[in-house]
Design a protein around this ligand. Structure first.
Ligand SMILES: [Cu+2]
Length: 128
């Protein structure tokens, strides 16, 4: 009886040890990089609104970039916002004012930048 108990104890101990080893090895396996993450760069860009126009009128980014866009409305007493459809929309602010918007650069292509209050105020976001 005592011998049987010892064998059972040893079996359980081996089982626990091997489970621990499996857990440890799976825990130390290097994580696979996700698509688009390996090349991600943190990018800062500034877009101004001056005389009802975006400056620069074209912003160029690389797909996957983690972007912090600083928007600076330099038109005193004028409300501007900045937005790109399905990507980001900012609130309007009454110039002079500055704020930042964060987003991840989408799939390559050209996207229109616009201001909700001024239909003629447009720019282009080029993503490579
Ligand atoms: Cu505007």
């Amino acid at each position: 009886m005592r011998r049987l108990f010892a064998i059972m104890f040893a079996t359980v101990a081996v089982l626990v040890a091997s489970l621990g080893a499996v857990y440890a090895s799976s825990n130390t396996t290097p994580a696979l990089a996700e698509d688009g993450v390996t090349n991600a760069a943190e990018v800062g860009v500034t877009v101004k609104a001056v005389d009802y126009a975006f400056q620069p009128s074209t912003v160029t980014l690389t797909s996957g970039d983690k972007v912090t866009l600083t928007f600076s409305n330099e038109d005193g007493g004028v409300d501007h916002n900045i937005e790109v459809s399905k990507l980001f929309t900012s609130n309007e602010c009454n110039g002079p004012c500055t704020f930042t918007v964060s987003f991840v650069a989408p799939a390559p292509g050209e996207y229109q930048i616009f201001c909700i209050t001024h239909p003629d105020m447009v720019g282009t976001l080029k993503v490579n």
